[in-house]
Design a protein around this ligand. Structure first.
Ligand SMILES: Cc1cc2nc3c(=O)[nH]c(=O)nc-3n(C[C@H](O)[C@H](O)[C@H](O)COP(=O)(O)OP(=O)(O)OC[C@H]3O[C@@H](n4cnc5c(N)ncnc54)[C@H](O)[C@@H]3O)c2cc1C
Length: 335
């Protein structure tokens, strides 16, 4: 295991904010995980598990604790169509690997930045797929019990941008690897609206995993920032999910409600756009001109800048529509 001291969280996260972390430990094999927790416990320091940092925001005063990062790599096709992925694999490399082999199940999750270990944490989703649909199990280290175990789908209790890993058991399990069940074949139709539109516009007739990956990559490239070029944490707010009665009420007010298999939702990007923020620059934070749900750190230098921008957006959306926007990225804090 590799231990580094005083590493800026801004250098470890795609939003590029945050002061120094006291220690960062990069885990290269499972046996090092309990050692790393012992290292933190001996100094009475808290632990935060970090991946690629695409969904994490740092604070200016950094983190007086130990950040653990999974650096274990490897992808293995297990019998019966299951694929085991070490948590330190870059997620999009995994999607590329499976699409090349004609496997369906995660092709619509192309180009989501991050490591495989984080994929089940917020049940990553895009364009009609989410990881819960193919998730079989995760090998984890249980820091509360001090043991290694395997968690199945039922243990993770997946829902929209949620699992036990970011709710009831938040921070407790260090994900070592995940196992997914993929099949040879294609995604069922109808595809997500924007995929269908793209297919029609470009007269595409190939719906293989590789082709859907190409389509999703093109759609994303046209509207989402590449975190290597522009600092962002992707969608900064979650969409608003509504009960049937709430959805009827929203429609009576003229708000566009999407009724899908995963429930009724209002796209929070639409609310932000209607509130007049699309493309706006607030305290160094740009509301993306192509996807209003995405905040880009153009010139913010502190967490306070982000908090001020967030507050303006959340307050105005609430005043105009009566919905509180909920932040998607998690924060590393000393509190
Ligand atoms: C441009 C952009 C586009 C995005 N698009 C999407 C999208 O379409 N759909 C979507 O769902 N998300 C999207 N995201 C969010 C992000 O890509 C995902 O949440 C991704 O899974 C984060 O992976 P990560 O490795 O960066 O995790 P991090 O951001 O480092 O961590 C995320 C969470 O996972 C936990 N975690 C990380 N590693 C482990 C581990 N080994 N064990 C236990 N817990 C761990 C962390 O503690 C934290 O709670 C986007 C982000 C960006 C910047």
């Amino acid at each position: 295991m590799r231990i580094s001291e005083n590493i800026l969280i801004s250098s470890l996260t795609t939003m590029r904010l945050g002061g120094p972390a006291k220690y960062v430990i990069e885990i290269e094999q499972p046996a090092e995980i309990p050692e790393a927790y012992n290292f933190a416990a001996q100094q009475n320091l808290p632990v935060f598990i970090l991946g690629y940092g695409a969904n994490v925001i740092g604070h200016d005063d950094g983190f007086n604790g130990v950040i653990l990062i999974n650096r274990m790599r490897g992808i293995e096709i297990v019998t019966g169509g299951q694929i085991k992925i070490m948590g330190g694999e870059y997620w999009d490399d995994v999607v590329s690997y499976t699409c090349e082999r004609g496997l369906t199940g995660i092709e619509a999750l192309s180009k989501i930045p991050g490591y495989a270990a984080a994929a089940p944490v917020q049940n990553i989703g895009a364009y009609g797929q989410d990881i819960s649909q193919t998730f079989v199990s995760a090998d984890v280290y249980d820091s509360a019990a001090g043991t290694f175990k395997t968690l199945g789908r039922q243990d993770l209790n997946f829902s929209y941008r949620k699992s036990a890993l970011n709710t009831t058991a938040k921070g407790r399990f260090f994900v070592i690897s995940i196992t997914l069940a993929l099949k040879h074949g294609q995604m069922p139709r109808p595809f997500y609206n924007s995929i269908e539109r793209h297919i029609e516009e470009h007269a595409i007739t190939d719906f293989s995993p590789q082709s859907i990956r190409t389509i999703v990559s093109a759609i994303r490239a046209a509207k989402l920032p590449d975190p290597r070029e522009k600092a962002s944490a992707g969608s900064f707010f979650k969409n608003i999910y509504l009960t049937a009665a709430e959805a009827d009420f929203a429609e009576s007010k003229g708000y566009p409600v999407h009724r899908g298999q995963d429930g009724n939702k209002i796209n929070s990007g639409w609310l932000i756009e209607q509130a007049g923020f699309k493309g706006a620059l607030l305290h160094g934070i740009r509301v993306s001109p192509t996807a209003a749900l995405v905040l880009i750190n153009e010139s913010a230098t502190s967490y306070a800048d982000l908090a001020a921008a967030r507050s303006e957006i959340v307050t105005k959306v609430y005043d105009k529509f009566g919905y509180w926007l909920e932040q998607e990225p998690v924060e590393i804090t000393n509190k």
